[in-house]
Design a protein around this ligand. Structure first.
Ligand code: EPZ
Length: 425
């Protein structure tokens, strides 16, 4: 178990650069394997989830190498297997994207069903319904999805509720299908748009990404291309909220402001000053935030992945805020926030957060990626020291987060089981 010791109460000041989007990179890595040829991807964040996806693609026969810090080269002459390795797939839900890849390129896929996680059950029924609509025979046995199709045939598919993963998986499969596929009620997240732009750069014919109707005209083959991943809007939002938690003054750069419109407006409603230009946010807070009610929603609504850090900020607001989580069951971290003095009641899908003057440091356990982000934000603003165990969850989706925060003045030290890991600047 890795841990952080955070000495709270230090204002974050300075400038920080956001890494590439984990959730965009995961879909684009799989899409790159659809091509006969070489893809060069820039601004790929070096995070655990990315490394798991790379290992899965290598197992399937893709040649992947880091050319420099955040640039990957992928070459896929052919895929040597249609079976995704259970040991790797079970560790990360997005690995289910290889089902779309294998069906499209090999016509056969055997992929373990992703397990549940601390976000509650994570079904893939919409994905399976989509594959069947495209003409695949799909069966489930012993926790394994088996799918086979001599040829995928384009069709109209209604996705029962806004689902990023389903939209991504069906775009991958439909890109090489025969004829046109129309995805109705498609997800509109920026990561879906990034994937569509990348696929079109490979020769796919996709229109409407970013709206809830996406049309994909299947092509015979896709070729390699070079692409730069969009910035990670969730990391950007986390850094902005961390700044507010410490009453800091930080410029967050390499962002796409449009991707964070709901977050910016919510932070401004809470009394945080946020100014922007084309690629940066300047975040300043010098007082307790005001209590703000909000609820998570598919893009462009308030992102579910920032619900936890935002609740951490509201824990010291001047007043009571009501935060409703409409996408996942993801309030487990509240127990840990309570250990730091937060006054929060959770009733079904809603957290009632009574702001306290200040949180206090305490030993806490990180249960999942965004819960870790919440506890980190809370610890940075708390009085005294917080020991966070299980920070490997945070490393799944935040690149070098402790180094970034130290550069902003945070007093945070990373420890390994065998002792302190020297802080590499
Ligand atoms: C993606 O997860 C993201 N992960 C999540 O980020 C993000 O929270 C989520 O989208 C919502 O924005 C990646 O992009 C790798 P969904 P995904 O399919 O695709 C239900 C993070 O921290 N559903 O949009 O799994 C589902 O249970 C992660 O970076 C079905 O019922 O989410 C949920 O309630 C966490 N059946 C809702 O739809 C299905 O077949 C939306 O899920 C698929 C989904």
């Amino acid at each position: 178990m890795e841990k952080f010791i955070v000495e709270g109460g230090k204002r974050l000041t300075g400038t920080v650069r956001v890494s590439g989007s984990k959730n965009s990179a995961l879909g684009i890595l799989v899409a790159a394997a659809l091509a006969d040829g070489e893809c060069l991807l820039h601004n790929v964040p070096d995070e655990t989830d990315i490394r798991i996806m790379i290992d899965i693609l290598i197992e399937l026969g893709v040649r992947v190498e880091w050319l420099e810090a955040n640039t990957l080269r992928l070459r896929t002459a052919h895929l040597r297997s249609y079976q995704a390795p259970y040991e790797l797939v079970r560790r990360m839900r997005a690995s289910f994207y290889v089902a779309g890849l294998l069906l499209a390129r090999v016509g056969k896929a055997e992929v373990p069903l992703p397990g549940g996680c601390s976000l509650g059950s994570r079904p893939v029924d919409f994905h399976l319904k989509g594959f069947q609509a495209l003409g695949a025979d799909v069966s489930i046995s012993h926790g394994l999805m088996k799918a086979e199709a001599t040829r995928l045939i384009g069709t109209k598919i209604y996705i029962n509720r806004s689902s990023v993963g389903t939209t991504v998986n069906l775009m991958l499969a439909a890109s090489l299908a025969e004829g046109q596929t129309i995805l109705e009620n498609a997800a509109k997240e920026p990561e879906v748009v990034d994937l569509a732009i990348f696929l079109n750069g490979m020769g796919a014919r996709i229109k409407g990404a970013g709206t809830n109707v996406i049309k994909i005209d299947g092509v015979k083959k896709l070729s390699g291309t070079e692409y730069t991943i969009i910035p990670d809007r969730v990391e950007a939002g986390t850094l902005m909220i961390a700044t507010a938690c410490t009453r800091g003054d930080v410029v967050v750069e390499e962002v796409v402001p449009e991707h964070l419109r709901a977050v910016v407006l919510t932070l401004q409603e809470a009394g945080v000053t946020v100014e922007e230009d084309l690629t940066r946010f300047h975040v300043v807070s010098d007082r307790r935030p005001k209590a703000v009610d909000t609820e998570t929603a598919p893009y462009p609504g308030f992102p579910t992945d920032l619900q936890q850090p935002f609740v951490a900020l509201m824990s010291t607001a001047d007043g009571t805020s009501i935060i409703r989580e409409t996408i996942f069951d993801r309030f487990r971290y509240v127990d840990e926030l309570r250990r730091m003095g937060a006054d929060i009641k959770v009733e079904r899908d809603t957290a009632i957060v009574r702001g306290v003057e200040r949180l206090t440091g305490a030993p806490v356990e990180v249960t999942d990626l965004r819960a870790g982000a919440a506890l980190l934000c809370a610890a940075l603003g708390a009085e005294g020291a917080t020991e966070m165990v299980g920070v490997e969850h945070i490393d799944r989706g935040y690149e070098r987060i402790d180094q970034k925060l130290r550069a902003l003045g945070a007093r945070i030290t990373r420890f390994h089981a065998e002792g302190e890991w020297p802080s590499q600047e």
